[in-house]
Design a protein around this ligand. Structure first.
Ligand code: NAP
Ligand code: 8YV
Length: 324
């Protein structure tokens, strides 16, 4: 325990990574948020809390309940569960965990794409069920990655790592962001609809936000077309799930690979029953290696804030702020 920060109360909210709990406990005064939530903490404890390491929703009520709160250090690069604008308005710093997970998530995205197009999980089940021995070879996959053109919805840190992998695999790559990215050679499309019509493989890796909510809807899927493959490694909120189920059931698109869902961990029964949907339980970053790096960044941001008044990875809404 460092003498400088040992008295600073830090709230652990949500199911913390063990390395977050262990390091926060070593460097600060850790306060675990129990099942009763903030209401179950006594007033003196609540008023003492100056920082929070979170894997949980942070809304206005959360911030208002903690009058001494200076910093919310969130586990994960996506921070759609944190009301960062409200935090900014209350002078509360918000940090996330970018970069340290980009390559891992890109690996998952490409694995999911290959599994979806080449039906590898189904082929493995064929073997495990004894059908190779009894019925013969697994049927030839109707789709291939050869000649495919990928459109990346969200060419940011992870999107770029996916693009580089796909380029190396021989796929054509286009992208749609609100603004073109300087210094990349991939074809830019000013609208998602225009890009969906130009490609046959749509990969969504945009953050969850009001602007991206259900952006991948029936019109976009129709534009993608009957050979279309949709991969979602970003956020489930970006997709109109009933429209996707309809598109997969009726051949409007060929197949989908999904790592994220609108109401996790609840996955619609209709998706579970579709053979052309390849489904993962939000495992984009989930290796011990990468989760440890994310956990360290959560705690490093807290340590830096209370040590020198700055953080390593602020979210854009609170970037440039310093501790008063
Ligand atoms: P990032 O670097 O901020 O990239 C996000 C990209 O999306 C930016 O290029 C941004 O470009 C674009 N974008 C944002 N809003 C948009 C909009 N309304 N329309 C079009 N483009 C938009 O973030 P990242 O580090 O790559 O992470 C991306 C997301 O992946 C995270 O927010 C998280 O939700 C998700 N994620 C999922 C997993 C998983 O386990 N499945 C793991 C990590 C991250 P412009 O600002 O120019 O539009
Ligand atoms: C994690 C993620 O699964 O970083 C993100 O945005 O979605 C994933 O890395 C998540 O943050 C942990 O809950």
């Amino acid at each position: 325990m460092t003498s400088k920060t040992a008295d600073i109360a830090i709230l652990l909210a949500g199911k913390s990574h063990p390395q977050v709990s262990e390091r926060v406990g070593r460097e600060f005064r850790a306060i675990e948020l129990g099942k009763g939530g903030l209401a179950a903490l006594d007033e003196a404890t609540r008023r003492a809390i100056r920082g929070a390491a979170v894997m949980a929703r942070v809304d206005a009520a959360f911030v208002d309940a903690l009058p001494a709160l200076e910093i919310v250090s969130s586990f994960g690069v996506g921070y759609d569960h944190v009301d960062a604008s409200y935090c900014a308005s209350r002078n509360v710093m918000v940090t996330n965990t970018p970069d340290v997970l980009s390559e891992e998530v890109a690996d998952t995205a490409v694995g999911l794409l290959i599994n979806t197009v080449r039906e590898l999980p189904r082929a493995e089940n064929w073997l495990r069920e004894g059908r190779w021995k009894n019925d013969g070879p697994y049927p030839l996959a109707p789709a291939t990655l050869r000649g495919r053109h990928a459109g990346i919805f969200g060419l940011g840190r992870i999107g770029l790592a996916i693009a580089r992998r796909l380029e190396a695999m021989g796929l054509a790559v286009s992208y749609h962001n609100r603004r073109p990215v300087e210094g990349v050679g991939y074809t830019y499309h000013g609208s998602l609809k225009e890009m969906a019509a130009a490609v046959d493989t749509l990969i969504s890796v945009v953050p969850g936000s009001a602007a991206t909510n259900k952006a991948v809807n029936a019109n976009i899927l129709k534009a993608l077309g009957p050979d279309g493959v949709f991969i979602n490694i970003g956020r489930g909120s970006t997709v109109d799930e009933p429209a996707l189920i309809e598109a997969l059931s009726t051949g409007i698109i060929r197949a989908a690979g999904l790592d994220v869902f609108a109401d996790e961990p609840n996955v619609p029964e209709a998706l579970l029953g579709l053979p052309n949907a390849c489904l993962l339980p939000h495992v984009g970053s989930s290796t011990q290696h990468t989760r440890r790096a994310m956990a360290d960044l959560v705690v490093d941001n807290l340590v830096s804030w209370f040590d020198n008044g700055t953080v390593l990875t602020p979210v854009p809404e609170t970037a440039g702020r310093k501790r008063q």
